[in-house]
Design a protein around this ligand. Structure first.
Ligand SMILES: [Zn+2]
Length: 234
């Protein structure tokens, strides 16, 4: 082979190998969760998978999987490896932030991402019944529900919902009158609310038993609306 052709051939082979290895990563990431893959995953590995997904999201390099194919492959059953309790805020969609797709995670969402009996029941189902290995309580910066709770907003059924977030404010020491104009206080209450959620879940007997058996990990995280990055709080 003439030298030029040879160089071209080597380059082409290298490019092909690189493409194949990228495709290999994508294939692994796009593979749907099965009972076997879920059973093989440890709580620590589940956490790592979400952290890796957020790293791809923040780098602007999410995997582009065939979602319709995933729909077909999960039609007969689901085996998600994690559950996320997050806010309804349109800027904090768990599947996108963690770069996950069909059948990967349970997503429980409520304004202010607090834990009440029904959320707890949902997460007991996600873990004890359906086998998820990780629960993430996901708060975020600039949360409207947290601001409403601080300001004591009263409106229809929102009044009762915000009352469930108020204990996070009551647990903090701060100076002056509580106001959502105090950005530092808003962030502190959101963080405290996540901590309280994690603590409440950890106290629930059904979940505590799973944690003790090392079949479940419960962690908190705060999402930064400005960057898409997560700070893991526990
Ligand atoms: Zn929110």
């Amino acid at each position: 082979m003439p030298p030029l052709d040879r160089r071209f051939a080597l380059k082409a082979a290298a490019a092909l190998a690189a493409t194949a290895s990228t495709a290999g990563v994508a294939a692994a990431t796009c593979a749907v969760q099965t009972a076997a893959s879920q059973a093989a995953m440890t709580p620590a590995a589940a956490l790592q998978r979400l952290q890796d997904g957020n790293a791809r999201f923040v780098a602007g390099q999410p995997e582009h999987c065939d979602l319709l194919e995933q729909v077909r492959q999960t039609a007969g059953g689901q085996a998600p490896f994690a559950a996320v309790l997050g806010c309804i805020d349109s800027r904090v969609p768990p599947e996108l932030l963690f770069d996950q797709r069909i059948g990967d995670i349970f997503a429980a969402r409520i304004a202010g991402n607090f834990v009440d009996d029904d959320m707890l029941g949902s997460l007991e189902f996600a873990t004890h019944v359906a086998g998820a290995k990780l629960i993430v309580v996901l708060g975020h910066s600039e949360c409207g529900a947290i601001k409403g709770a601080i300001d004591g907003v009263k409106l229809g059924h929102l009044t009762g919902l915000l009352a469930k977030i108020r204990p996070a404010l009551g647990a903090l020491k701060y100076q002056g009158v509580a106001s959502s104009k105090n950005a530092e206080l808003v962030q502190r209450v959101a963080e405290r609310n996540v901590q309280d959620g994690v603590a409440r879940l950890a106290r629930a007997p059904v979940l505590a038993k799973l944690v003790q058996a090392e079949r479940l990990k419960i962690v908190g995280a705060m999402h930064d609306l400005g960057t898409g990055r997560l700070t893991w709080t526990t």
